[in-house]
Design a protein around this ligand. Sequence first.
Ligand code: 13P
Ligand code: SF4
Length: 305
Amino acid sequence: MNISEMQQAILQLKQEQDVCILAHSYVAREISEIADYTGDSYGLSVQASKVPQKTVLMCGVRFMAETVKILSPGKRVILVSPLAGCPMAEQMDKDMISQVKELYPDYTVMAYVNTTAELKTIADVCVTSSSAVQIAKALDNDKILFIPDCNLGAYVAEQVPEKTVKLLQGGCPVHAAVRPSAVKQAKQLHPDALVLVHPECVPEVTAQADYVGSTTGIMNFAKRSDAREFIIGTEISIAEHLQYECPDKFFYPLDKQLICPNMKSTTLVDVYRALRGEHGEEICLDAEVITQARRCIDKMIELGG
Ligand code: 13P
Ligand code: SF4
C-alpha cells in the first residue's frame, strides 16, 4: 500500500467504525490530512468536548489523550502511539506540587496542560500556550504559582505584570534548547523574515520575536500576514505544514534541532493499525481522577474561550 492508498483505507475504516481522529499540529502531514481536526492543545481540548463519535484516536502525546478522556469519560480514547509521552509533563508529580503548595497557600496553582491527569487533580486552573495570558489576566487572584514550564510562566509574568508569578524549574527540552544566538544567525541569513516563536522557548529567544504564540497562533499569524518570509521557532513540522499551505511564502526553521521525538513517534501505519485494533493504548483513568482533574480544565475553557 502506498501513502495515498493507506490514507483512503484509514478514511474508510474511520467512517465504518464512527471514529474521530484528533491530531496535534506537530504530527506528520500525511496524518493531519486524514484527521477530523488538527490544532494546538487548546483547540484539541475544546474539540474533544464536542465530538459526537464514541471513539477518539489521539495522534499526539499522552497528556493530550488524557485530556480527551477527562473531558469525555464515556468515550473510548486511544493514544495511537503508546510511547509518545511529553518529558515536560513528567517533570513534576502530585506529591512534589502538594509540598510546594504548602509553601504558597494563597497562590492559585496554574498548570500548563502539559501535565499528567494526576497532577491536574490538585491544580486550580489549567492553561495552554494560547490561553495562559488571557486566563492569568482573568483570574480573581493576583498570586499565581505556574507549573511546570518556567519559560511559558516567565512569558505570562511579562505579559501580565500586575500579577505575582512564582515559577519552578521545568520546561520543554526541545524548545528550551534553542539558543538566543540562533535567532541572530537566522536573522542574518533572512533579514526580511519575521520571527515567530513558541513561548516554551527561553525569554532571551522570545524577546527577539515579532510574534509569540501557540502552534495554531503561529500558523494563523503567518497565513494572515502580508510578509513573505518567516523564521519559525517551534517544532520543525510547523514550518513544513506552512510551506504546503502557503506555497508563495518562505518558511525557515529557527533551529533544525527543533524536533520532538515523541510527537514524531506516531506514523500513518500506526493510525491504520490502531483502527484495525492492532495498535495503540486505550486511556483508562480512575473516576475520581477524572472528576478532580476536570475542574481545572473546565475552568480553563470557561476563562479562555
Ligand atoms: P500548543 O498548545 O502550542 O499546541 O503546544 C503544545 C506543545 O506541546 C508545544 O510543545
Ligand atoms: Fe512536550 Fe516539548 Fe514535545 Fe511539546 S515539543 S510535546 S512540550 S517535549
